[in-house]
Design a protein around this ligand. Sequence first.
Ligand SMILES: [Zn+2]
Length: 94
Amino acid sequence: MSKNIFSTGGSGGGSQAFQDWQASNTQGFYINLKTQAHGMLHRVDCMHVGSPSEWNPELDVTSSTKVCHPDRSELLGWAKVEHVDVVECGTCKP
Ligand SMILES: [Zn+2]
């Protein structure tokens, strides 16, 4: 399973890695984790999440992790295994 997890909480560089992943997976999906147990599902091309500013640690102290996958059903399968409660973004309607 080619799942990718990007986070600002780790060693840094997560923002660029996430942008790169989006650029090469334009039909993909990702879950923006608000907590360990709650996240929101987005399309890669969602206008409202994933901009570099969101990754600024000065602005986002919660450092939201992104879990990315090219396949929607596999991504939701991951969330189920991890007991993550997922809601769908109302903007990009994934
Ligand atoms: Zn969205």
